[in-house]
Write a protein that binds this ligand. Structure first.
Ligand code: 8DG
Length: 135
């Protein structure tokens, strides 16, 4: 299982640009990574956001469908918000970060699995409420 975070701030969601491997470098994804043995999905989302971005997140419900990455690997995205709304995430092992509005979601060169999730991300941004626990 690979988990990712749709971290919402206002009307935007955070995307990051991969630096490696060569086949994925330059393409965009949501913060996240593999769930380690003994970890829950939520634990993994929190850990990956701390490692990759240096921020604390509160994790809510799953967003959109599970997307198959391979025969045995699935990507599942959870809605999230910054614990400290004023915290600035930094890309620790990515090339760049971008806070994307609903209108910009379609303009990014996503990894293929993430592209499937764009409509769900758009709905998330257009829904009322700000919190990870809302709707
Ligand atoms: N984190 C993340 N990985 C994604 C997304 N979309 C997508 O296809 N992937 C793929 C890329 C990788 O094959 C795999 C997760 O890789 P990763 O490099 O983020 O995970 P990790 O930190 O646990 O990996 P590792 O360094 O331990 O190998 O899932 C996404 O939105 N977020």
């Amino acid at each position: 299982m690979v988990v990712g975070a749709a971290i919402r701030r206002g009307r935007t969601v955070l995307a990051q640009q991969r630096a490696y491997p060569a086949t994925a470098a330059g393409r965009w994804e949501l913060p996240g990574g593999r769930v380690e043995p003994g970890e829950s999905d939520v634990d993994a989302v929190v850990r990956e956001c701390a490692e990759e971005l240096g921020v604390g997140v509160r994790v809510g419900a799953a967003v959109g469908p599970d997307v198959a990455l391979s025969e045995r690997k699935v990507l599942r995205i959870y809605r999230a918000e910054l614990v400290d709304p004023l915290a600035e995430p930094h890309p620790h092992d990515h090339q760049a970060l971008r806070w994307l509005t609903a209108g910009r979601l379609g303009q990014v060169d996503w990894l293929p699995a993430d592209r499937v999730l764009v409509p769900a991300l758009r709905r998330l941004l257009r829904a009322n409420g700000q919190g990870a626990a809302d709707g």
